[in-house]
Design a protein around this ligand. Structure first.
Ligand code: AMP
Length: 218
């Protein structure tokens, strides 16, 4: 099974992807997480991606496609995977077709989580995550018990450097210009499933799962 999660930054791709990973026992391949790890480890990929990420722009297609090619080829991807934050351009979507062909796989469904711009800004400005275990919080919607401290492991909570209002607005405009056209690209291929991205995490998860189960006959 190959699932693609689409939607603007802050639409809940990461959160839903984690849940889908557990339910369907296939890994979530989150491009943003892979790039942040590369930046932290100062790898050649990280060094090249950093300046784009800092200003809310998209990294170069050739780099991103290469990172994905390498990741998809690993053993844990044999039964399928969930793509979160890839593809984000038409060139990446076209390259994905080739990568999947090489692996003898096909896209099962493209889930588009729909959330309005103002809601995105509110969500991302309050988003925090644990420096150590990655658990996600929101200062207003799902705060930790102790301010700034992870409930699960007691380590410090941090804010992503690109979650400030200016960079979020820049990321949104990049999304509208470069990524939103993929919605009609996948719709024309008959793969697109639209899901309302507002509501509780559980409600959205139920909608997403019922669409996938219908598609796969589970
Ligand atoms: P995310 O965590 O998905 O919001 O991604 C964070 C940042 O990583 C983006 O703002 C981009 O700079 C970069 N990035 C993530 N995925 C891609 C992609 N598919 N293509 C280009 N840049 C990406």
């Amino acid at each position: 099974m190959v699932l693609i999660l689409m939607g603007p930054p802050g639409c809940g791709k990461g959160t839903q992807g984690k849940r889908l990973e557990e339910r369907y026992s296939i890994p979530q391949l989150a491009m943003g997480d892979m790039l942040r790890e590369a930046v932290r480890n100062e790898t050649p990929v990280g060094k090249r991606a950093k300046s784009y990420m800092d200003r809310g722009a998209l990294g170069p297609d050739d780099l991103i496609i290469e990172v994905m090619r390498e990741r998809m080829g690993r053993e844990d991807c044999a039964k399928g995977f969930i793509l979160d934050g890839f593809p984000r351009t038409l060139a990446q979507a076209e390259a994905l077709g080739g990568l999947l062909g090489d692996l003898n796989k096909k896209i099962t469904a493209v889930i588009n989580l729909d959330v309005a711009d103002e809601e995105v800004v509110k969500r991302l400005a309050g988003r925090r995550s644990c420096k150590s275990c990655g658990a996600a919080y929101h200062v207003a919607f799902s705060p930790p018990k102790i301010n700034g401290v992870c409930d699960k492991c007691g380590k410090e909570l941090i804010q992503r450097s690109d979650d400030n209002e200016n960079t979020v607005r820049q990321r949104l405009s990049v999304y509208r210009e470069q990524t939103a056209p993929l919605i009609s690209f996948y719709d024309r291929m008959g793969l697109l499933k639209n899901v309302q991205g507002t509501g509780t995490i559980d409600e959205i998860f139920r909608s997403v799962c019922s669409l996938i189960d219908k598609e796969t006959g589970r």
